[in-house]
Design a protein around this ligand. Structure first.
Ligand code: NAP
Length: 253
């Protein structure tokens, strides 16, 4: 298969932020895009943006950490849009706290959404990719995978996603399926706004401070990450697999 027009992509957590920008970008690249988020209604604005630009999209409500909801969502996407051959595991949550204050549920929810969610979605989608002998799985890691104060749960999950990515690359390569990870630094979204709120810092001040620490002297935008995902999803990226690319405006966060 070489025609993006006939392909379907799934982006999880696509109601806003990096997921929304990625869904819009993949639609512009020619994919029909399933906009998966916790609530179907939350995906409406992303779907509208895609349709307004002449693309095809479907909003699907599913909690990626729930096996039954994931199976139902992937079945519905395959039936209504076509077999999904690109999967972007982007849905994410933060439950930041210093280790001594981190609750069991802070730990569990972050593992469930990032790690179990990526596992369940990939397991459900891979059969369509194997059938087509073509597929692309792109996982959202983070510079936090290298360690970040207050994020024992999140940095563990984001590092775990790198091992998951490399293993999928090894297992699925012979079926024409690649798996890669994008590891963003500071991207301006609701997620980083929530961090500013938690630290009691104004978002604009937080952005300016972070930009001053980044070699390219600005924070990232969701479209910066969507661009890299678009590369990994592309036909020409078929010999690039099991890689982690940090997109952080410099060599480290
Ligand atoms: P965001 O603005 O908070 O968006 C995340 C989206 O995921 C939200 O729409 C959220 O829905 C959805 N979501 C949460 N739990 C879900 C679940 N169980 N099932 C389905 N959808 C769920 O986050 P973002 O900044 O765009 O980040 C996107 C990804 O990039 C995440 O994996 C994040 O860890 C990673 N990342 C972000 C940054 C950054 O600086 N922003 C840096 C590195 C990595 P609700 O609104 O209903 O919760």
């Amino acid at each position: 298969m070489t025609d993006a027009q006939s392909r379907v992509a799934i982006v999880t957590g696509a109601a806003r932020g990096i997921g929304a920008a990625t869904a819009i970008r993949l639609a512009a690249d020619g994919y029909a895009v399933a906009v998966v988020d916790l609530e179907e209604a939350a995906g409406k604005s992303t779907v509208e943006a895609i349709e307004a630009a002449g693309g095809r999209a479907l909003a699907v409500g599913a909690d990626v950490s729930d096996a039954d909801q994931v199976a139902a969502a992937v079945d519905r996407i395959a039936a209504e849009l076509g077999p999904p051959l690109v999967l972007v595991n982007n849905a994410g949550v933060l439950r930041d706290n210093m280790l001594f204050k981190m609750s069991d549920s802070d730990w569990d929810i972050v593992m469930n959404v990032h790690l179990k969610g990526a596992f369940l979605m990939s397991r459900a989608a891979q059969k369509h990719m194997i059938d087509a002998k073509w597929g692309r799985i792109i996982n959202l890691s983070s510079t936090s995978a290298l360690g970040n104060r207050g994020q024992a749960n999140y940095s563990t999950a984001k590092a775990g996603l790198q091992g998951f990515t490399k293993t999928l690359a090894i297992e699925l390569g012979k079926f024409g399926v690649t798996a890669n990870a994008v590891a963003p630094g500071f991207i301006q979204t609701e997620m980083t706004k929530a961090t500013a709120d938690r630290l009691g810092v104004g978002f604009e001040d937080f952005i300016q401070f972070n930009a001053s620490q980044i070699p390219v002297a600005r924070v990232g935008q969701p479209e910066d990450i969507a661009h890299l995902v678009s590369f990994f999803a592309s036909e020409g990226a078929g010999f690039v697999s099991g890689q982690v690319v940090y997109a952080a405006g410099g060599p480290r966060n």
